[in-house]
Design a protein around this ligand. Structure first.
Ligand SMILES: [Zn+2]
Ligand SMILES: [Zn+2]
Length: 221
């Protein structure tokens, strides 16, 4: 019996058709992040979040995201209808949907398909609130959906940087590091902390030197 069989049986008894449940191609529906942690003593709910209409509701078991950032890329701007996106990274096992498994919709931006194909955007199929970006190994949640109890909790989700800031719709002078593209792999600009800018410049110089040396070596070969 596959480890997901009990969940599959309960989905069927809740009225889901066999073709929505059976077979290898439906396995993902019963694995993290969609796996239900009912009666799981290891899953401790620390936060709760929900979409605008309330059909989709979830819990989180990790106190602090692995990291949090603001993304100014054009895909986020369009898909969120906002100047930039606030995302917090979690493991897939950190989330438990308590409502709305059947009310989710998917969108994969390179093929523009609404099939579940990773990495994809996950939203409420009814009110269309973006719920998360599901990557191959991680999920990026949108903390605006979480009901924080006080500032202390919210501070744990504080973004550590801006990414794709080169594509920004507006300037945000908050002193956070600002990467032109992906964080750690592009240039730091505007009012990024001076020390970080110097460090990044040195890294870029070193990378260039290594590149030149590498070319010289290749020429010799
Ligand atoms: Zn909704
Ligand atoms: Zn983005």
């Amino acid at each position: 019996m596959s480890p997901t069989q009990p969940e599959k049986n309960s989905a069927k008894s809740n009225g889901h058709s066999n073709e929505d449940v059976d077979g290898e191609h439906n396995e993902w529906k019963f694995r993290a992040p969609y796996k239900v942690h009912d009666n799981d003593p290891n899953f401790k709910a620390l936060y709760e979040g929900s979409c605008h209409c309330g059909k989709v509701q979830y819990q989180l078991s990790r106190e602090k995201p692995i990291s949090a950032k603001f993304c100014h890329c054009s895909t986020c701007q369009v898909l969120h209808g906002a100047p930039f996106q606030w995302a917090a990274i979690f493991h897939k096992e950190d989330i438990n949907f308590t409502h709305g498994h059947s009310d989710l919709g998917w969108y994969e931006s390179s093929e523009k398909t609404t099939r579940h194909k990773l990495p994809c955007k996950v939203s409420c199929a009814y009110c269309r609130s973006p719920i998360m970006d599901e990557g191959r190994n991680m999920i990026l949640l949108f903390p605006s959906l979480i009901k924080f109890k006080g500032r202390g909790e919210k501070e744990k989700f504080d973004p550590e940087c801006h990414m794709f800031y080169g594509n920004r719709q507006l300037d945000i002078k908050d002193g956070r590091p600002k990467w032109t593209g992906i964080n750690g792999k592009s240039e730091l600009v505007e009012d990024s902390p001076v020390e970080m800018v110097r460090k990044r410049k040195r890294e870029i110089e070193e990378e260039k030197e290594k590149g030149v040396e590498g070319e010289k070596k290749r020429e010799k070969i």
